[in-house]
Design a protein around this ligand. Structure first.
Ligand code: AMP
Length: 281
């Protein structure tokens, strides 16, 4: 695997590879890699001639400075995992490379999908995400880019960004990868204490129960069920559980089994913020 830190070197290389008719798959990450990231990479490797992973902890998408400061960094382990999978290039730029002028987000308008849930609770988060993904796509104008459904709202934001900018990169969604006990894999899981880690799978178990009972419940009853279940543990505090249209993220007032519907959850365990989602209909 080749290691590239310079923006223009990366861009030039992708242009050369494309000129040689290689198809390029791109997996943007913030590092501290786990099976979730590696699943995206494996999909890229099976779909494309060349696969590029980026590791960049983007300061502008963190609305909480503590979260940024405590974000796990495991570069040596990450490199070993990528080598083992057969990744072709690791793009590992500095903050100065990605933000040569000022470390600041551009302003974006994604309509309703940008204003609910993560958009509402983490002001500026999606402006930061869109700014960095746009810049990463400038460095790596890939044929396909891979994003996890774990960050479902982010996936829709990136699809919208690609449409708005008329980029040629195809966005490929990848299903959530879970630990054997159901906890959605996340770089942040490493920050859970042993006790918190034992309790954390309750998030997914609660979502599964909610999906099971949804056909016979009303929206408010279902929300109350999830809140009670989560908060029955004093280690967990529910930031939100939203039920929304799977395509528009419009919050729903009633459940309709003929409409693609998702449940979205964020739970805080002390300072660790865990996100997950499930299809309800
Ligand atoms: P991150 O490093 O957390 O920014 O994630 C990089 C990419 O990996 C994003 O597209 C995430 O949605 C995806 N990802 C992270 N965790 C998982 C997971 N457990 N399952 C599937 N995709 C994931």
């Amino acid at each position: 695997m080749k290691f590239i830190t310079k923006f223009y070197e990366m861009r030039q290389l992708v242009e050369e590879l494309s000129a040689k008719r290689k198809t390029i798959g791109f997996v943007p990450t913030m590092g501290a890699l786990h099976e979730g990231h590696l699943t995206l990479l494996r999909k890229s490797i099976s779909d494309n001639g060349i696969s590029i992973v980026s590791i960049f902890v983007n300061p502008t998408q963190f609305n909480n400075p503590q979260d940024l400061e405590k974000y796990p960094k495991t570069l040596n382990d990450d490199i070993q995992l990528l080598e083992k999978e057969g990744c072709d290039y690791l793009f590992y730029p500095t903050v100065e490379e990605m933000y040569p002028q000022e470390v600041k987000s551009d302003k974006w308008d994604f309509g309703p999908i940008g204003n609910v849930m993560e958009g509402k609770n983490r002001p500026g988060h999606f402006d930061g995400v869109a700014t960095i993904v746009n810049r990463l796509f400038e460095a790596v104008p890939a044929n396909k880019a891979y994003f996890g459904k774990k960050d479902y709202q982010q996936l829709l934001i990136i699809k919208s960004l690609v449409n708005q900018l008329e980029l040629k990169t195809e966005i490929i969604p990848v299903d959530i990868v879970r630990e054997s006990d159901g906890l959605a894999m996340s770089s942040r899981n490493a920050r859970l204490t042993e006790t918190q880690r034992k309790i954390a799978p309750n998030i997914y178990h609660t979502l599964c129960e909610a999906a099971k009972i949804a056909p016979s419940f009303g929206i408010e009853e279902l929300k109350a069920f999830v809140k009670n279940k989560i908060e029955s543990s004093k280690e967990m505090s529910l930031e939100y559980f939203e039920i929304a249209d799977a395509n528009t993220l419009e919050p729903l007032n009633f459940l309709d089994k003929n409409k693609p519907t998702m449940g979205f959850i964020v739970v805080n365990m002390n300072t660790v913020r865990l996100i997950d989602n499930i299809q309800l209909f």
